[in-house]
Write a new protein. Structure first.
Length: 147
């Protein structure tokens, strides 16, 4: 039985928006998001926040598949909570959501400096398809596709 609680960010809860933003900005410091940017994303994507009991442990993003395109599934776990099976549970939940939305193919994206995230994705069958820099960035992103 899992003690992971996953809550959907729907724009109505300021706490959920703040918690999702906190995890995102900590794990992706090269692209910090404002509260308004998170609200906008919550209107386009499925954003979830994960807790163990009342403790914030991570967040996820599911970008629904475009026509004939892949869904993007991203699971983020705070460093102090990694290697406890929480990422696997959060990723499993997000992958199920992507499949429910009709995804035949699944991709993820990881900041190159996030070695734990890259190891996690590769261990779950993702393979690297591209590395790229956003304008002004110095750390590349790695796009991976589920094989």
């Amino acid at each position: 039985m899992s003690d992971l609680r996953i809550e959907r960010v729907d724009g109505g809860s300021e706490d959920l928006l703040r918690h999702w933003r906190h995890v995102h900005n900590l794990i992706i410091p090269t692209d910090p998001l404002s509260p308004d940017e998170v609200r906008e994303r919550a209107g386009r994507h499925l954003l979830d926040v994960a807790y163990r009991g009342d403790t914030l442990v991570g967040c996820s993003t599911v970008r629904p598949p475009a026509e004939d395109g892949p869904a993007t599934v991203i699971a983020r776990v705070l460093p102090g909570h990694r290697r406890q099976g929480l990422g696997t549970q959060l990723y499993g939940h997000a992958l199920a959501e992507a499949r429910r939305l009709g995804a035949d193919a699944v991709e993820t994206v990881v900041l190159e400096s996030n070695e734990d995230g890259l190891r996690f994705a590769l261990a779950r069958g993702f393979v690297e398809v591209e590395r790229y820099l956003l304008p002004g960035d110095t750390v590349p992103y790695v796009d991976l596709r589920l094989a």
